[in-house]
Structure formats: structure tokens, C-alpha cells
Design a protein around this ligand. Sequence first.
Ligand SMILES: Cc1cc2nc3c(=O)[nH]c(=O)nc-3n(C[C@H](O)[C@H](O)[C@H](O)COP(=O)(O)OP(=O)(O)OC[C@H]3O[C@@H](n4cnc5c(N)ncnc54)[C@H](O)[C@@H]3O)c2cc1C
Ligand SMILES: *[C@@H]1O[C@H](CO)[C@@H](O)[C@H](O)[C@H]1NC(C)=O
Ligand SMILES: *[C@@H]1O[C@H](CO)[C@@H](O)[C@H](O)[C@H]1NC(C)=O
Ligand SMILES: *[C@@H]1O[C@H](CO)[C@@H](O)[C@H](O)[C@H]1NC(C)=O
Ligand SMILES: *[C@@H]1O[C@H](CO)[C@@H](O)[C@H](O)[C@H]1NC(C)=O
Ligand SMILES: *[C@@H]1O[C@H](CO)[C@@H](O)[C@H](O)[C@H]1NC(C)=O
Ligand SMILES: *[C@@H]1O[C@H](CO)[C@@H](O)[C@H](O)[C@H]1NC(C)=O
Ligand SMILES: *[C@@H]1O[C@H](CO)[C@@H](O)[C@H](O)[C@H]1NC(C)=O
Ligand SMILES: *[C@@H]1O[C@H](CO)[C@@H](O)[C@H](O)[C@H]1NC(C)=O
Length: 626
Amino acid sequence: MMPRRSPSFPASLWLTAALAVSTNATPVLFGSTLGQIVDSSVKGLESTIVSLVFPGHQTTNRTASRCKVYPDDPAWPSEEAWTKLNELTDNRLLVKPQPQASVCYEGPLYDATKCAELTGNWSRSYIHFPDPIEMMSPVAQGMTCLPPTIFNTHNCTRGGFPMYVVNATTPKHVQAGVNFARDTGVRLVVKNTGHDFLGKSGGADSLSIWTHHFKDINYIDNFVDTKTGYSGPAFRCGVGVQAFEIYKAAHEKGRTVVGGEGETVGIFGGYIQGAGHSPLSSLYGTGADQVLSMDVVTANGDFVTANSTCNSDLFWAMRGGGGSTFGVATSITVKAHPEMETSAARFSFTSEKVGNETFWSGIRAYVDDFITNADAGTYAYFTLIPNAATGIFTFNMSPFFAPGKTLEQTQGLLQPWLTRLSDLGIKVDPNITHFDSVYEAWQSSFPLEVVSKINATTGSRLFPRANFETEAKRDELFQNIRQSSENNRVQVHFNIKAVDPDNADNAVNPAWRQNILFAQQAVRWNALGTPAEILKARKTFQETDMQRWRDISPGAGGYLAEADRLEPNFGETFWGSNYPRLLELKAKWDPNDVFFATTSVGSERWKVESVDGLPNENGKLCRVSR
Ligand SMILES: Cc1cc2nc3c(=O)[nH]c(=O)nc-3n(C[C@H](O)[C@H](O)[C@H](O)COP(=O)(O)OP(=O)(O)OC[C@H]3O[C@@H](n4cnc5c(N)ncnc54)[C@H](O)[C@@H]3O)c2cc1C
Ligand SMILES: *[C@@H]1O[C@H](CO)[C@@H](O)[C@H](O)[C@H]1NC(C)=O
Ligand SMILES: *[C@@H]1O[C@H](CO)[C@@H](O)[C@H](O)[C@H]1NC(C)=O
Ligand SMILES: *[C@@H]1O[C@H](CO)[C@@H](O)[C@H](O)[C@H]1NC(C)=O
Ligand SMILES: *[C@@H]1O[C@H](CO)[C@@H](O)[C@H](O)[C@H]1NC(C)=O
Ligand SMILES: *[C@@H]1O[C@H](CO)[C@@H](O)[C@H](O)[C@H]1NC(C)=O
Ligand SMILES: *[C@@H]1O[C@H](CO)[C@@H](O)[C@H](O)[C@H]1NC(C)=O
Ligand SMILES: *[C@@H]1O[C@H](CO)[C@@H](O)[C@H](O)[C@H]1NC(C)=O
Ligand SMILES: *[C@@H]1O[C@H](CO)[C@@H](O)[C@H](O)[C@H]1NC(C)=O
């Protein structure tokens, strides 16, 4: 192999970088993170790490280079450098992990049996989250390697997948990865489960820190925060812990926690850092509102605690400011709530028998109850699915979820609408079931959702209370929902509110505090279309259906974790009045943009120059010229 220009350097200096620990807030380690870091002999060297780690690189001014460093650049790290990174991460560096669908394409990994299994399971998240690189949005990956019967990519190439992955299990591994990326200029990404709608866990030829194996869960009987006055039970979790794991652990302690409905979503990664809505949000607010403390590796390689008294600005930013922006969290402590009885209902109806006008009158009637139901503490997750071929619309309640409510209370809340449906001649047969716990209700009420769609993108809007307060406003909102269905948009809606009863001061989009309907609609396109055709469909969706939704909710926002990469003015949409402070904190905690994710705070400065011109991760990350 050609020797590269990168220098050789003593291993001891590398260790210095990996072991750097902040002096003011060394986290108390636990579980698998125990005893990995502290070495008092290296304290105080942080400011000189950059020049120590790569002596030959100290003259390279990264601020001046247009793009991150890529394999065709002379500055790309040498084999020796990557080998060193592997040593520093206890041999946990994965080199060019292959896309899963490689087994379907000609080459050394071809395996027809495995390909058939993969194809059969492709839309299930269980096949994707345990993989070091796979993300659940192939559209954002760049569509370069899919099971051919789902979409034939002809060749299987890496596209927007990372090239190297640190399979991290301790903060030290994360520090080594962050230091390496910062000092070499290689693009850094963070992957937890890969659920993000925008594909923010990927990046072509990048170095990825994979947080999936931070799996510890510790129960704390009484967590006391002397500053905020909070005192109560809590869970301290490694950031790889997923919904199905923390819900089970909490239930076993007679507790429940605020998390997403999807069973494999990573609760302590993108979900909680980006706000996070939950079947319990109408009672307790967002996921980010529950956070009591975070342990974080920062862009300069420090491992710090962020809580109400230490690094409190970082703590503010990382509760709602979005993942992969200010640092990499390794563990997070959240409030635990008492387990409680819960009722849930599922039902559906279509326009087939009753016709369009009656179907839509039934939907319009429901809109009248949104404020009452959210204020009552319930959560409704429903879909509106058009079928262009048959002209039939389908409504699916899946489910109406009433934490803390008896069967009778839940029936009482649904009855006004069910009566109106019956008056309209719409037959529904709601299965309203009472459960002893949130856990059992959650387990039996939520479907495993379809992931890895090849020709769809979702846009979202947080419709505030103001959209429901008068009959005229409800009519207007309803007309715009109907219009989207008639334009063949698949819609997913959450009738919830997300007001934090404890009023935590954090970076969560203020639009969540007004929310009554979190609405999503998806544009679909011909997957075989040219990039120009696909881009046109996606832009038209933003200019028409999404713009209508924005026009009727001025000053409201959208949700950064379930959104479209083409959302215009994303800073204002995702963070509202918090955006200016978030930009300042980005400049403070990551002045050199070590961290980047599309549509993240400060990401306006960069753009992935994708090979096909579509909004995806398959290209170099470069500065936007001014
Ligand atoms: C089937 C499904 C169901 C969903 N249900 C819900 C729901 O009920 N409520 C809801 O609010 N959202 C829901 N979501 C959206 C979900 O919140 C986002 O996809 C979220 O980004 C997932 O976070 P993750 O860490 O699991 O995913 P990833 O895609 O791995 O990561 C998301 C982002 O966070 C960053 N990140 C991850 N871990 C860390 C870390 N430790 N430190 C710093 N940055 C990190 C990544 O770099 C990336 O930018 C759902 C999504 C899907 C696909
Ligand atoms: C690095 O480059 C930027 C942009 O060209 C410049 O503003 C800055 O002063 C340079 N820094 C150093 C240390 O040379
Ligand atoms: C999904 O994968 C499992 C093995 O992990 C396999 O047994 C099963 O047949 C697959 N499902 C389909 C529909 O192919
Ligand atoms: C597949 O790879 C071959 C050889 O590298 C190349 O000639 C061809 O254009 C590629 N096809 C596609 C669809 O990318
Ligand atoms: C990543 O690390 C975990 C924990 O040590 C291990 O179980 C797993 O096999 C590793 N994954 C890969 C792909 O190396
Ligand atoms: C914040 O973390 C630091 C360092 O672990 C700790 O000393 C302090 O007590 C914590 N503050 C609160 C309010 O818990
Ligand atoms: C209902 O509306 C759809 C879409 O606008 C249309 O295709 C369909 O023909 C209509 N059905 C009836 C029965 O009018
Ligand atoms: C109603 O829902 C419960 C819980 O999901 C389920 O156990 C039961 O079988 C359902 N009843 C009917 C009649 O479908
Ligand atoms: C979009 O994909 C779905 C399946 O993923 C497929 O049924 C549909 O035909 C596709 N639509 C277009 C227009 O390609």
C-alpha cells in the first residue's frame, strides 16, 4: 500500500488524547463505563491535544479547507493512524462494515438464503438496528445497496454509509473517536439505532461512533437535584438503551418512563436529545423534559457531566437541541413515574361504503374533540391513508391511549365522537381495553411500524391550540388535512400535548408547548424516476402541501426527528425562539464543527454534495460558499 502523508507518532501521545478528562465535572462512572478514564497524570493537557496527537498536522488549518477530509485527499489518515485508533479503542474499530444487502449481490458475500431472509424482514426495524451502519432511511443513505426485489441497485456500493465504525462501550472509545475526527478532519457521525427519519446517523466515508452497546440500566430510588428541587426515583441509562428495554426495566420496578411509542427507538440518543414525544407526553411533557443529568464527550474530547449545576448551558442545549451537535452523550439520567392503569382503543373505518362526504364529515367531527382529549391527558395516534387506485380513504386509530384512565373514563372521552359517527351512519367497532399498567397497554396496542421505505419522505407540523379554538379554525385545519389526502399524501397524526408540568428550562422547540396535533404527511414518488423527477416531486411537496400547513399555522414549528431534509428555515421551524441561543452554544461547545448532522443547529454552514444531487448522505460534506 502507498504510504500516506500522515505522520507517525508515539502511542503515548494518542493515549493522552483519549484520556483527557475535564477537571471540573468528572462523571461518576457506572456499569460498563466503570474505571475507564481517570488518569490524573494527563489532566491539564487538553488545550494542547491537537498539536500533540498529530504533530505533522498542526500546520493544517482546518478552518480553511472547504470539505472534510476524504480518501482521495493527501491528508486522509494513514493505515498506521487507523491502526492506532483501533488500539486506542480496545480493538473495537470496524473497518468497512458491508451494507447488509451485500449478500444479495455478486461478490464474496453473496448468499441467496441470507438475501431471502433479509428481504423478507426488510421493513422490520429489528433487522436494521443491530447493524453497525444500517439506517432506516435508504432514501437518505443514497439507495446504493438494497435487496434487489425491493429495489434493484444493480451494484452494491457503500454510498452514504460510514467507512470506519467505533463499536463503543466506554467513554474512552468515544473520546478516541472524537479526537481522531477532530484532529484529522475526517467526517464524524454518531449512530445509535438508525431510526432518524432524515438519516442523520450516516455519512459517506465517515468515521462513525456507534453507541448501541451502551446498555446499562441503573435504578435510583431517590435522585435529589438540590438546584431544581426535584427529588424522586430515576433511571440512569447507557445511551444505547431502547424503548422495549427501559419500559420493561421500569415496569419491573413499578415505574414507567416517558419514551417513544416505537418499540426499538433509541430513547437516549436522537429521541431524547431532539425532544421526544410519547404516549405519556400529554401528562408529563417531552422526553427531554425528564432529563436530570447527562454524561457527555465534548468536541474537544473532554468527558463531562452536564446537569443543573455543572455545564448547565450544555445541559440546556442537549435537552431538545438535537443529537450529533454539541457532544456525544454516553449515559443519561431520567425521571421515573409511577406505573398506572391504562386504557387503550383501536378501530378503523373507510370511505368505501359511506362515500367521501360522509367519511370526511366523520373526520371533521373528530377534530372538535382534540383539545378536550389532549387536555384530559390522552394520546391518539391515527393515520389517514389514501388509495389512489381505488379512491378509498382509510382512517386508523392505532391506538387511542389513555394512561391513568379507567375503561369508563376512556369510553366517556370517546363517546361524543362515536355518537356522531353513528349518527352519520359510519360503523365502527372500537375495542376499548383496560390494562393494569402502561407497560401491558403499550405492548398490546402499538404495531411494529414499517421502516426503510424506498420512495417516501415525511414532513411535519406542530399545530398549536390556536388552530382548534374556534369553529372556523377547526374547519380550516380540517380542509387542509383533507386536501393532503386528496393529493395522495399518507398522513400520520398524534393528538397530544407536550407541556412539562415541572417547567424545565431547556432547548425543546417552544412549539411543542402549544401543540395539540402533531401532524405528518408523506410524499411518495416513482422509485425508478430520475433524480430530477424525484427532486421535483419532493420540492413540489414542500411548496404545496407542506406550505399550506405552514400557512395556516404561522409561528408554529415542526419536529426535527420526524421531518423532511428539505424543510425550509429549519432553524426557526425546529427550535423557534431558542435558535439564536443554540447557535451561540454550538459556537461555544463545538467551534470547529466536529459534529454535523443535516438540519442540526449550525448545519447551514455545510452541505453534503451528493453524487446524484438528491438530499442524501452519499457525497462529501463541504462548506457552503458565501
Ligand atoms: C418506527 C419509528 C417510531 C418512532 N416513534 C417515535 C415516537 O414515538 N416519538 C418520537 O418522538 N419519535 C419517534 N420516532 C423518531 C425518533 O425519535 C427519531 O428517529 C430519533 O432520531 C431516533 O433516535 P435514535 O438515537 O434511535 O436514532 P439514530 O438515527 O441512530 O440517531 C438520531 C440522531 O441522534 C444522534 N445521536 C444518537 N445517539 C446520540 C448520542 N448518544 N449522542 C449524540 N448524538 C446522538 C445521531 O447522530 C443522529 O443525528 C420514531 C421513528 C421511527 C422510525
Ligand atoms: C485559519 O483559516 C481561517 C480562514 O481562512 C482564518 O480566518 C484563520 O485565521 C486561520 N487560522 C490560523 C490559526 O491560521
Ligand atoms: C426473518 O429472519 C428470520 C431469521 O432471522 C427468518 O427465520 C425468517 O424467515 C425471516 N422472515 C422472512 C419473512 O423471511
Ligand atoms: C456498476 O459497477 C460497474 C463497474 O464498477 C459500472 O460500470 C456500472 O456503471 C455500475 N452500475 C450502476 C448501476 O451503478
Ligand atoms: C460490538 O460490541 C459488542 C459488545 O462488546 C459485541 O457484542 C458486538 O459483537 C460488537 N459488534 C461488532 C459488529 O463487532
Ligand atoms: C452535577 O454533577 C456534578 C458532578 O458529578 C455533581 O457534583 C453535582 O452534585 C451535580 N449537580 C446536581 C444538582 O445533581
Ligand atoms: C372520493 O375521492 C377520491 C379522491 O378525491 C376520488 O378518487 C374518488 O373517486 C371519490 N369517490 C367517490 C365515490 O366519489
Ligand atoms: C381487544 O384488544 C385486546 C387487547 O389488545 C385483545 O386482547 C382482544 O382480543 C381484543 N378483542 C377483540 C374482540 O378483538
Ligand atoms: C413506492 O413504493 C411502494 C413500495 O415500497 C410501491 O408499492 C409503490 O409502487 C412505489 N410507488 C412508486 C410511485 O414508485
